[in-house]
Design a binder for this molecule. Structure first.
Ligand code: FPP
Length: 243
């Protein structure tokens, strides 16, 4: 969406994180990759809890990509089990902390038991407004845009939408993220400088921070430090500021 030059005095309203480095963190300790994913899941709580003080209203985290199915069967099933356990164990704390949880990504390929837990968590936290946590699970930006285009095509075919009315705003309304503002800042841990098919449409004007720390070592203090670097930047969204 078009925006005016933003107020740079405040930190980012919406932070999106590519949580990378769990596998390497485990390998460095001579442990299996899933050990790293479990350590990574513990960090999620710390980072979510830090959001209100850091004035981060929206936090979106990349938990499982459409490409992650290519990992070994045991890693994939271990991750799926971890997501189920995370929801079961964290649901009450998230509710009490005023966190509204939503999921983005294609649910069709996910286990129905997991989908049911996701639905319940979304329902039970839907009145919350302190922090909006969005978990990307079986998410890929190209897949999301493709599904949005398919949904739009159906609307056109059935006469509810006219092709001349399709613009960027219309497309945004068909994306999984239709309820979210665009991210202001995208952070990727573990030293890799790639976007990996994450929020491609939504991050058109986002700032990026690629940091070396592996996700299981990423503390709330480091999160605060990364955000403090954001305030001083001028974001023009393609415009020119008058001098
Ligand atoms: C990338 O590290 C991480 C993932 C594919 C999974 C992310 C999952 C978590 C942080 C755990 C739990 C999340 C929730 C919401 C409960 P990698 O395995 O690619 O690490 P590597 O690059 O070092 O191999």
């Amino acid at each position: 969406m078009a925006k005016d030059a933003s107020d740079t005095s405040r930190g980012p309203n919406h932070v999106a994180i590519i949580m990378d480095g769990n596998g390497r963190w485990a390998q460095q300790r001579g442990r299996p990759r899933l050990f790293g994913h479990h350590a990574g899941a513990k960090r999620v709580r710390e980072i979510v809890e830090a959001c209100p003080d850091l004035r981060v209203k929206y936090l979106t985290i990349f938990a499982f990509s459409t490409e992650n199915w290519k990992r070994t069967q045991s890693e994939v099933s271990g991750l799926m089990k971890l997501f189920r356990r995370y929801i079961e164990r964290e649901a009450l704390a998230l509710f009490k902390d005023g966190v509204r949880v939503r999921f983005i990504g294609d649910r069709v390929r996910l286990d129905p038991k997991l989908v049911s837990l996701m639905d319940t968590l979304e329902q039970s936290t839907k009145q919350n407004d302190k922090v909006h946590l969005t978990i990307a699970l079986n998410y890929g930006a190209r897949d999301e845009v493709t599904r949005a285009a398919q949904l739009m095509a159906i609307e056109i075919e059935e006469g509810r939408l006219f092709h001349k009315d399709v613009d960027a705003e219309t497309l945004s309304k068909f994306l999984d993220t239709r309820f979210l503002p665009d991210p202001d800042l995208v952070i990727r841990t573990s030293g890799e400088a790639r976007i990996s098919n994450f929020l491609l449409w939504q991050s058109a004007y986002a700032e990026y921070e690629f940091i070396d720390t592996l996700w299981p070592d990423f503390t709330a203090a480091e999160f605060a430090q990364v955000l403090s670097g954001f305030g001083g930047r001028e974001r023009r969204f393609g415009a020119v500021t008058a001098s």
